[in-house]
Write a protein that binds this ligand. Structure first.
Ligand code: SAM
Length: 283
């Protein structure tokens, strides 16, 4: 088996979500989807064996690549040692401060003040949601994100209200970013092949909190409340969270929401309307 042969040369840690992208077309498509990176700082999550990294290194002004695997990180450092624009950071992406990365002084090619990051990665699928929520937390430091993720997760990120894929992750993501699904790949595009299809998505940061006049943390918590039991009526989820039934009934009327609606049918401006009616400002 080629896989056994590979593991002699290069250890593989399935627990770290190591499905390496072996399709050159897909590697190029991911890098192309970031746009012109020649004047930009790019952060790659999980460079692995450097498939995407090598293409980025040739194009980006600066590339910071975050790899947790203690064997792969030194190999990458060796591979890119003659390219001073490339910095390999051996650390956990989930504990990475992206605002600090943006402001990080490099040995060369430091970014200009206020410049936002471009983020890219063929993600370890087991922590996709955690990575997305982390990136959203640092939305002010990031302009655009291109990620390879499991197809079903991509469908949820991009889902519009009214279809069953639309849920907490869709609503949360769409409060922060515009979502485009770019291409879908079969398992054979990876080594070893995962058990799922994969989709490349592009997220362009475009936060809507100010436009919809809602506070970030409180509104994200409200979204979770609305979807607490996805198959139940929205009004029931709000009652279960302690909202007064009369206030719920009045807010539903004010926002033109049918009393029998479920959260998955409600678009974000209407959900924001509901939030504002149930959380009147004190002043
Ligand atoms: N970019 C490479 C490619 O496309 O072939 C590898 C992608 S592989 C799906 C995911 C990579 O993320 C692996 O190299 C794995 O070691 C790394 N990884 C897994 N968990 C990580 C974490 N918490 N922080 C940083 N890297 C991680």
């Amino acid at each position: 088996m080629p896989q056994a042969a590979q593991s002699v040369q290069m250890p593989q840690r399935p627990k770290l979500g190591q499905n390496f992208l072996v399709s050159p077309t897909a590697q190029a498509a991911i890098v192309d989807a970031l746009g012109d990176v020649s004047q930009r700082t790019v952060v790659e999550i999980g460079p692995g064996r450097g498939a995407i990294t090598a293409l980025l290194a040739a194009r980006a002004r600066r590339l910071l690549a975050i790899e947790l695997d203690r064997d792969l990180a030194p190999r990458l450092r060796e591979q890119f040692k003659d390219q001073p624009a490339v910095e390999i950071l051996e650390q956990n992406v989930l504990t990475t401060d992206f605002a600090a990365l943006r402001d990080k002084e490099g040995s060369t090619n430091a970014g200009s003040p206020g410049e936002k990051l471009l983020v890219v990665g063929n993600l370890p699928y087991y922590i996709t949601t955690d990575i997305l929520l982390l990136l959203f937390r640092f939305y002010a430091a990031i302009e655009r994100i291109v990620l390879m993720i499991q197809r079903e997760v991509a469908d949820r990120l991009a889902a519009r209200p009214g279809i069953s894929d639309y849920g907490v992750l869709s609503a949360t993501t769409q409060m922060y970013a515009r979502v485009e699904k770019l291409l879908t790949l079969p398992p054979e595009a990876f080594s070893p092949p995962p058990q799922v299809h994969s989709t490349v998505v592009r997220l362009t940061m475009s936060p809507r909190f100010d436009q919809l006049q809602v506070p970030v943390e409180e509104f994200l918590a409200f979204i979770r409340t609305c979807f607490a039991q996805k198959r139940k009526m929205l009004a029931k989820n709000l009652r279960n969270a302690g909202h007064d039934p009369a206030a719920i009934a009045s807010a539903l009327v004010s926002c033109s929401i049918s009393p029998r609606s479920r959260a998955e049918e409600i678009d974000l401006p209407t959900m924001a309307c509901l939030f504002r009616h149930l959380h009147p400002t004190q002043d």
